[in-house]
Design a protein around this ligand. Structure first.
Ligand SMILES: CCCCCCCCC/C=C/C(=O)SCCNC(=O)CCNC(=O)[C@H](O)C(C)(C)COP(=O)(O)OP(=O)(O)OC[C@H]1O[C@@H](n2cnc3c(N)ncnc32)[C@H](O)[C@@H]1OP(=O)(O)O
Ligand SMILES: NC(=O)C1=CN([C@@H]2O[C@H](COP(=O)(O)OP(=O)(O)OC[C@H]3O[C@@H](n4cnc5c(N)ncnc54)[C@H](OP(=O)(O)O)[C@@H]3O)[C@@H](O)[C@H]2O)C=CC1
Length: 307
């Protein structure tokens, strides 16, 4: 552990201190989980960060925790909070315009906010489908469009979007898998369309394995991510910091010649097995998928692992 102004430096970033001095970023969903990790690293590297999501109490609690944490590293936080539901066009427009008005610029946009619920696709109601697609795909589109039109078109910038391990489809998350595949495709398109404005657009695709209390709470099981480890070639779950460092790389000049790309952060999981779901032992080839959860005691996935 190193010391900074006599205080223990309790975080490490592989990037040089001050890398993002004077830069301004928006991180959606920046008060929890992966977004909080990204916010911390950007602040640590000198960036001004605006975190934005739906719930004011979450934003306030997250901001307080982040400020306290940053103080312990000996740095001053330039952290700001704006409420925004990415599904609402007027709120997205307001988030971008307020940020540009307050800080005079917008260098980075991290479209991290999002999520879904588990359901067999046959049981998803239209309202639920729309909620997930609007959150993950339409919200990403709206934020990209507004960031570009209101600032980046004339000044350049970098955008990082959020995908997931939907490469082979995503049983029981059909809505989110489809939306995230759309995000990957949109990322390629924008990488080409906006290159003329020196705007780079990339994405990260975490495996189903980045543990955070808020993410796990969404599925009603605090250990839901741990159960994924057995199907990950690197034999462990990932951390929010490991997503953050990939995002910070994509935002950095080190990635100046990378655009339209999606980086997998999944310990090799997506090259090995479809996440978390498997055909039941008695299924015939024509059978529909039957969900066997990692927690199904009759068929614990772990005992079937060949690794
Ligand atoms: C074993 C291994 C596994 C392993 C599984 C591990 C997964 C790891 C991979 C991915 C990890 C992550 O993404 S972790 C991130 C997790 N975090 C999140 O998901 C947070 C954000 N999510 C959400 O807010 C919600 O899920 C989302 C649906 C998107 C928005 O909800 P809202 O309440 O705002 O939406 P509304 O517009 O009110 O519409 C809600 C409608 O959605 C549907 N709906 C919502 N929740 C529902 C539910 N639980 N079940 C059915 N249907 C539901 C209903 O139709 C609702 O309508 P009514 O019928 O009228 O009520
Ligand atoms: N954890 C994992 O293994 C994986 C996560 N992901 C994705 O990474 C991102 C971060 O997830 P994670 O940190 O794990 O989970 P969290 O549940 O902690 O984070 C989700 C964040 O998104 C925000 N959010 C959700 N809906 C909206 C909305 N409509 N408008 C604005 N903000 C919204 C939430 O804030 P609020 O409730 O205040 O709106 C919350 O801060 C998500 O997109 C997630 O789906 C992808 C693959 C794997």
């Amino acid at each position: 552990m190193s010391l900074h102004h006599g205080k223990p430096l309790c975080v490490s970033s592989i990037f040089r201190p001050g890398l993002y001095d004077g830069q301004v970023a928006i991180v959606t969903g920046g008060a929890t989980g992966i977004g909080k990790g990204i916010t911390k690293e950007l602040l640590f590297l000198g960036c001004t960060v605006v975190i934005a999501s739906r719930k004011a109490d979450r934003l306030a609690d997250g901001a307080e925790e982040i400020r306290n944490w940053l103080q312990n590293t000996g740095r001053q936080a330039s952290l700001h909070v704006l409420q925004c539901n990415v599904r609402k066009e007027d709120e997205v427009k307001n988030l971008i315009s307020t940020t540009v008005r307050m800080f005079g610029k917008l260098d980075f946009l991290v479209n991290n906010g999002g999520g879904q619920f588990l359901s067999s696709t046959a049981d998803i109601r239209l309202k639920g489908w729309n909620a997930v697609v609007e959150t993950n795909l339409t919200g990403t589109f709206l934020l990209c469009r507004e960031a570009y039109n209101q600032w980046m078109k004339d000044h350049g910038g970098v955008i990082v979007n959020m995908a997931m391990d939907m490469w082979k489809g995503y049983p029981f998350m059909g809505h989110s898998g489809a939306a995230r595949a759309g995000v990957v495709n949109l990322t390629k398109t924008l990488g080409v369309e906006w290159a003329q404005s020196n705007v780079r657009v990339n994405a990260v695709a975490p495996g189903s394995s980045i543990a955070s209390p808020t993410a796990a709470a969404n599925y009603g099981n605090a250990n839901i991510f741990d159960a994924a480890a057995v199907n990950i070639p690197l034999k462990r779950t990932g951390t929010v910091e490991e997503v953050s460092s990939a995002v910070c790389f994509l935002l950095s000049p080190g990635a100046a010649f990378i655009t339209g790309e999606t980086i997998r952060i999944d310990g090799g999981q997506s090259f090995y097995i479809t996440p978390n779901f498997r055909l039941s032992e008695d299924s015939k080839p024509s059978d529909v998928y039957r969900w066997q959860s990692q927690f199904d005691s009759d068929h614990p996935t772990g005992t079937k692992s060949k690794l």
